[in-house]
Design a protein around this ligand. Structure first.
Ligand code: NAP
Length: 237
């Protein structure tokens, strides 16, 4: 299969790309700033191709999709994973913050999906996975923008699943809890131990916990429109 993963130079996206490449898929790993990490990822995995694009920008996404379609002819699976977080009081959030978080987390998924869909609809086949967050489900204090962007992704998942079902395209979200990546590197030991007290499985997750679910969703054929939260029992709805 031909699989595009956005934000795959580090963390969860990198693990997803590596795991899917290991299964024999051709994976196009998108990155933006982490050139060195992306080059290394390609060097170490013969089934991984890399493409630099800032997915908060429509023109860069368009060029990326053109590159993939010209080189590989189709896209079977799209994983909208690129994302950034921000910690701010709601009253301190600026319009610049709004544009940065919403464009990187939500507009990116909207645009990339739009650009990929004509090919999937033509093929009457496709799988789209949005990596959202538990915060999109329950909301996070001082992370309103992040929570709004992730809730938007989940809403897109549900409506698109209904719209695209007849075209045999499945759309799902994976909403991770706390996963051990750079995104959480600023958390103090004390913060982590406080969080751990609220997690029934008493551990934080690894990127592989998410990549295993991605692999399962790709191979499945009857799951669509679902928000699958992988969080050690932290959030049970
Ligand atoms: P991470 O380690 O900080 O990695 C983020 C990735 O996104 C990097 O590869 C980065 O690429 C890419 N990215 C950021 N802005 C981009 C842009 N404008 N264009 C293209 N790529 C961009 O984060 P992570 O923890 O793996 O997070 C991956 C996804 O999971 C995010 O959507 C995040 O919200 C979600 N998530 C994470 C957690 C968690 O606890 N870690 C929990 C819930 C949800 P460059 O470095 O190359 O720019």
């Amino acid at each position: 299969m031909i699989i595009l993963v956005t934000g795959a130079s580090r963390g969860i996206g990198k693990e997803i790309a590596q795991n899917l490449a290991k299964q024999g898929n051709k994976v196009i790993a998108n990155y933006n700033k982490s050139e060195k990490e992306a080059q290394e990822l390609m060097r170490n995995n013969q089934n991984i191709d890399i493409y630099k694009a800032d997915v908060s920008k429509r023109t860069e996404i368009k060029h990326m999709i053109e590159y993939v379609l010209n080189k590989y002819g189709k896209i079977d699976v799209l994983i909208n994973n690129a994302g950034i977080s921000q910690n701010k009081l709601f009253t301190d959030i600026t319009d610049k913050d709004w544009n940065e978080i919403m464009n990187t987390n939500l507009y990116s998924a909207f645009c990339t999906t739009q650009e990929v869909l004509p090919n999937m609809i033509h093929n009457k086949k496709g799988c789209i996975i949005n990596i959202s967050s538990v915060w999109g489900i329950v909301g996070a204090s001082c992370e309103s923008l992040y929570s709004i962007s992730k809730a938007g992704m989940d809403a897109m998942t549900k409506s698109l699943a209904k719209e695209l079902g007849p075209s045999k395209i499945r759309v799902n979200s994976i909403a991770p809890g706390i996963i051990d990546t750079d995104m959480n590197k600023n958390l103090k030991k004390e913060d982590i131990s406080n969080i751990l007290q609220e997690i029934p499985l008493e551990k934080i997750g690894n990127p592989s916990d998410i990549s295993k679910c991605v692999e399962w969703l790709i191979n499945d054929s009857y799951t669509t429109g679902q928000i699958i939260s992988i969080n050690g029992g932290w959030i049970i709805t």
